[in-house]
Design a protein around this ligand. Structure first.
Ligand code: F0G
Length: 452
């Protein structure tokens, strides 16, 4: 008998109390934080949906692995277990550990990119874009047309526009494109998956022009599960087999183990290119650490080795994707505008559609985020005009769901708070900046509500 209720596939052995505050206290906290949710003390937050990065709960196996961690500077058995686990799934010849994803990006792009180069991606994550641009190269986003429309349903909204990729290569020439990158899932595009067919089509174009294909593989397991659910021919394959097949289309990857590595810190860089790997290891030694630990403790390597495999367990992925969809579908049913369909790790509310009376220059995403905190103690993140200035195509509020941390009643509470704010949306006003740093301003910006 298959029952329809999908339950959390774990029981809870250790609990972490969360902070109850009054509405008045939250108003005071928000004012002291200059209406920037990044500046709040985390112990004044009830449900923290700022990010799914490094915020997951580890399993008993991972905690056991932590105790087994071997802290030898060189040649630790924890490194061997880490490398073997990564190679089992990812299949690349060289594995280079780093302290998190952006360190892998910096090393890779620092070596392969030069001024005038162009790096295509379905959509660059902000650190990926920043690391490409830091080398003087240009980061170009080539999502399919459907991805630009928040409400448009599409099973693989993370796909790359293959015709646009071919046109770009024709225009600039393959010599100026050191690699093509596919971000699985496409975080900045709404946590949307890339299909196997699209990855194959992109690989075929890359092969034809002799350009390496890399994956930004942060959420590779969630992507594999979407392929199983949605792409014809994959229903009977395991998420692991699907992930292995997709990753083997590439020549290498960057990875943040803080997502589908199920760890609180860590990352890695992979490649099949021997000469490149040597250059990468040399740079790694300069800034991150020796190649058998790369800035991580042996215990972190153990946690990641185990976490990567756990992220592919089918009961876990079923619960993970169902929990995110549950939140999204309840908001959609009540009329709240979100990026459709629900992504893997997060729900993105369309703040421009939620607050049509607040123009983008008055930060509708900030207004909605502040209201969710004041009314319900929930922290989210603005992905819009505060983050990207005039380049922002949308004003979104991301509700990212940490892995294995919150239960269905927490999600029910989040739905209730969003609907409470939705019912009072006309009372929400805009915000103005009182301080902004010259770059990555969203982390430290100060804002104040506009009068009137
Ligand atoms: N690539 C993607 C697609 C990401 O989502 C992230 C991080 C990174 C690279 C960088 O990895 O943080 O380990 O250096 N995303 C987090 C987020 C921060 O909240 O979406 P990192």
């Amino acid at each position: 008998m298959a029952f329809k209720t999908i339950i959390e596939p774990f029981r809870i052995k250790s609990v972490e109390p969360i902070a109850w505050t009054t509405r008045e206290e939250r108003v005071a906290h928000l004012a002291a934080a200059h209406h920037n949710l990044f500046l709040l003390p985390a112990d004044a937050i009830l449900i923290d949906l700022l990010t799914d990065s490094g915020t997951g709960a580890m399993s008993t196996h991972q905690w056991a692995g932590i105790m087994e961690g071997d802290e030898s500077y060189a040649g630790s058995p924890s490194w061997v277990r880490f490398r073997d686990s990564v190679q089992d799934i990812f299949g690349y010849a060289h594995v280079i550990p780093t302290h998190q994803g952006r360190a892998a990006e910096r090393i890779l792009f620092g070596i392969v990119c030069k001024p005038g180069d162009v790096v295509p991606n379905n959509t660059h994550f902000d650190t990926t874009r920043a690391n490409v641009e830091f080398t003087g190269a240009e980061a170009v986003d080539l999502p399919i047309a459907e991805a630009r429309e928040p409400g448009a349903e599409h099973p693989f909204k993370g796909n790359m526009d293959v015709a646009a990729l071919e046109a770009l290569i024709d225009r600039v020439g393959p010599g100026r494109i050191p690699l093509v990158m596919l971000t699985i899932t496409n975080n900045s595009g709404g946590g949307q998956p890339v299909s196997m067919a699209n990855a194959r089509a992109v690989q075929a174009v890359c092969r034809r022009h002799g350009i390496p294909l890399y994956f930004d593989a942060c959420r590779f397991a969630e992507n594999a599960y979407f392929v199983k659910l949605r792409e014809p021919g994959y229903a009977d394959q395991t998420p692991k087999a699907i992930a292995q097949a997709m990753l083997r289309l590439g020549d290498g990857c960057t990875m943040s183990a803080k997502k589908d590595g199920m760890a609180n810190i860590g990352g890695f860089l992979c490649t099949n290119d021997d000469a490149l790997a040597q250059q990468e290891e040399n740079l790694l030694i300069l800034t991150e650490g020796y190649p058998t630990y790369g800035g991580l403790a042996g215990r972190d390597l153990e946690a990641i080795a185990i976490g990567l495999q756990e992220a592919l367990h089918e009961d876990y992925l079923r619960y993970r994707i169902t929990a995110t969809r549950y939140l999204g579908d309840h908001l959609t049913a009540a009329g709240v505008p979100i990026v459709r369909p629900p992504g893997g790790h997060a729900i993105y509310i369309d703040a421009r559609a939620f607050l049509p009376h607040v123009p983008p220059e008055q930060f509708p995403g900030v207004s909605l985020g502040c209201a969710l905190y004041v009314e319900g103690g929930i922290r989210t993140v603005e992905i819009g005009t505060l983050m990207f200035k005039d380049a922002a195509r949308h004003d979104l509020v991301r509700l990212a769901i940490p892995r294995r941390v919150y239960t269905q009643s927490h999600i029910d509470y989040v739905v209730e708070v969003v609907l409470h704010v939705w019912a009072r949306r006309e009372r929400l006003g805009g915000y103005g900046l009182t301080y902004a740093a010259p770059f990555l301003r969203h982390f430290t910006a100060r804002l104040a509500p506009l009068k009137g």
